[in-house]
Design a binder for this molecule. Structure first.
Ligand code: DC
Length: 212
């Protein structure tokens, strides 16, 4: 079973994806980490984020082992990742890794921006998880505080809006809900209810598929 989950930054999609993966015993890939790892690799080596050849090479050389680094979740890495994610050569270099992961023996849960629309267009279930930008900024502010990266709410909101704008308007595989995705808006939902909504949507979609 392949579950594709897309949505904007801090919408709760990662939390729901992890819960679905654990519930159904499926491997999970947070595809945002791939773009974060490319951005972090360039920054670490002092290479400009618009150096297409260097970014493509970093993407080609990525392995799943590179994604365990906790610093990939830092705020400045999020910004860098959104810049390199707009480079078509970087996106192309990461397709095979994502599709191979999805097509493993058991299937998988992948979350990102273009999973249901581009990476796994034939996924068994597609979810699009979103929330208002203000609520997402509130959550990210708390998360950054917990990580000792305390940042004013207004700055986090500005970051989120800038990333939404870049992720939604790039020419290559922009953030977009697939026509056949199930929409879950978590603005007014707490974590437990968001997870329950995700599990219920997958269970229902699988039931419908089995009946057909
Ligand atoms: O979900 P995240 O914040 O970790 O994602 C980091 C960046 O990577 C985000 O700005 C958009 C990009 N991304 C993407 O373009 N396609 C994906 N499938 C996942 C993330």
């Amino acid at each position: 079973m392949i579950v594709a989950i897309d949505g904007p930054a801090a919408s709760g999609k990662g939390t729901v994806a992890r819960a679905i993966a654990a519930h159904f015993g499926l491997p999970h890939l947070d595809t945002g980490l791939l773009y974060r790892a490319v951005g972090a690799s360039l920054k670490r080596r002092g290479i400009a984020l618009d150096d297409v050849a260097a970014a493509e090479l970093a993407a080609r050389n990525l392995t799943l082992d590179d994604l365990a680094d906790q610093s990939l979740r830092d705020r400045h890495v999020g910004e860098a990742s959104s810049v390199v994610a707009a480079i078509p050569e970087v996106r192309a270099a990461l397709i095979a890794l994502q599709r191979d992961f999805a097509n493993g023996r058991k299937g998988a849960v992948l979350d990102g921006r273009d999973i249901g629309t581009f990476i796994c267009p034939d996924a068994d279930v597609k979810l699009f998880i979103t929330a208002s930008s203000e609520e997402r900024a509130r959550r990210r502010t708390l998360e950054l505080e917990a990580r000792d990266e305390a940042t004013p709410y207004a700055d986090v909101l500005a970051d989120i809006r800038k990333r939404d704008e870049r992720d939604s308007n790039r020419s290559s595989a922009p953030l977009k809900m697939a026509d056949d995705a199930i929409l879950i808006d978590t603005t007014a939902l707490n974590v437990e209810v968001s997870i329950a909504a995700g599990l219920a949507a997958v269970t229902k979609a699988m039931g419908r598929k089995a009946a057909n």
